[in-house]
Design a protein around this ligand. Structure first.
Ligand SMILES: *Cc1c(COP(=O)(O)O)cnc(C)c1O
Length: 356
């Protein structure tokens, strides 16, 4: 029996921008697909979802999110497989994480059907915006904010949940120089670092800018209490290969549970690699480097999948990592995840979800 899809009122654009899409000169997050999904929360309930042409939204100057930061987001991608099918990668995990973030910020949770059906129907309408090119994708940005115009400090009574999309080119970044940050903090235990909250990003811009002025591409954050344990790298999770073991900080309230992180750990375990999720003292990385056992270091996240780290600076010591060609694990896992997404490898964990 065929289940009937949730009906979503749709207004198709009369001014498609697709013809202007130039895949050869794509800047991340600058061009947006034709449509967006908009769902309002009011009177204690989610209202009917709508798909409308992408465009500005009107908000009151007193909008809660703009003053008190009730704003969160997600980041995910749609891919076109080698045989032309449009697929999503672990979208239910984004839905579940969005609701974890929502709970932390006293925002209403989104029912699975609204998120998943809204997402699938939006991506179906804009399927031509998913580039069919190796490494390319349609970046998807679900977000939610408190939309009530009221200056009182309390959770808003109304919210907007929106999904819009932006085509993304193959993200190949040069391996990054990172510094271990011992003063600024991204998140603390008991805070909301595990939520994909807009405020976490606002607070990380200055330390990132200062690190940039010192010649670093990225910060390795340390714990807010002692600045003694590794947390994340920029806006990515961070992993090391030390003497053949894959090591990454254990999840906590100050670390975001990356879906790429989980995918990488899962594949490593599938391949019989030793994996450890635990606290990582900075000194352990320094000692491993001195002993010649620091074989790999990389960030994991949806945008880049794997961001190789070229060197790690701790105080006045710059620790150079082995050349890329020698990074067996990170190269293999990066290739395997791409192959799964583009339909070129088996998908034993059923991570790939077709939109139609
Ligand atoms: C989004 C994010 C990540 C990566 O999560 P993915 O689900 O792998 O994209 C890691 N750390 C922070 C702080 C993030 O915001």
């Amino acid at each position: 029996m065929q289940t009937e899809a949730m009906p979503i009122h749709t207004t198709v654009t009369t001014a498609s921008q697709l013809a202007n899409l130039d895949l050869d000169n794509l800047q991340f997050g600058k061009v947006f697909a034709d449509h967006m999904l908009v769902v309002d929360y009011a009177d204690g309930a989610w209202q009917d979802p709508q798909i409308v042409p992408y465009g500005p939204i009107e908000v009151s100057p007193a909008t809660a999110a703009l003053h008190y930061g009730q704003a969160l987001f997600e980041g995910m991608k749609a891919y076109k497989t080698v045989d032309g099918q449009v697929v999503l990668f672990r979208p239910r995990d984004n839905w579940a994480r969005m609701n974890e973030s929502a709970k932390r910020l006293c925002m209403p949770e989104i029912p699975e059907e609204i998120f998943m059906e809204g997402l699938k129907q939006l991506i179906s309408i804009d399927a031509d915006w998913v580039p069919q090119r190796q490494g390319y994708s349609l970046y998807i940005r679900p977000f939610m904010f408190g939309s009530e115009g009221l200056l009182g400090v309390r959770p808003a009574n109304s919210y907007k949940f929106i999904i819009f999309c932006s085509p993304a080119s193959s993200y190949y970044a040069e391996p990054v120089r990172v510094k271990i940050e011992e003063y600024y903090t991204r998140a603390v235990e008991g805070g909301f670092g595990y939520a994909k909250a807009a405020g976490n990003y606002g607070g990380s811009l200055l330390p990132a800018k200062l690190a940039g002025e010192q010649g670093f591409h990225q910060i390795i954050w340390t714990d807010g209490r002692e600045h003694n344990y590794i947390e994340e790298s920029g806006t990515m999770n961070v992993m090391f290969v030390i003497d053949g073991t894959l090591v990454t900080p254990a999840l906590s309230t100050s670390i975001l549970a990356g879906i790429t992180r989980d995918s990488v750990l899962t594949l490593a375990r599938d391949w019989g690699m030793k994996v450890e999720e635990r606290r990582i003292p900075i000194q352990e990385v320094v000692d491993a480097y001195a002993a010649g056992k620091l074989q790999d270091a990389f960030g994991t996240g949806t945008a880049a999948t794997i961001a190789h780290i070229k060197s790690i600076t701790f105080r006045d010591q710059e620790m150079e990592l082995p050349p890329l060609a020698e990074r067996e694990f990170s190269n293999r896992v990066s290739k395997e995840l791409d192959a799964i997404r583009y339909g070129q490898a088996p998908d034993p964990h059923v991570w790939v979800v077709p939109v139609q």
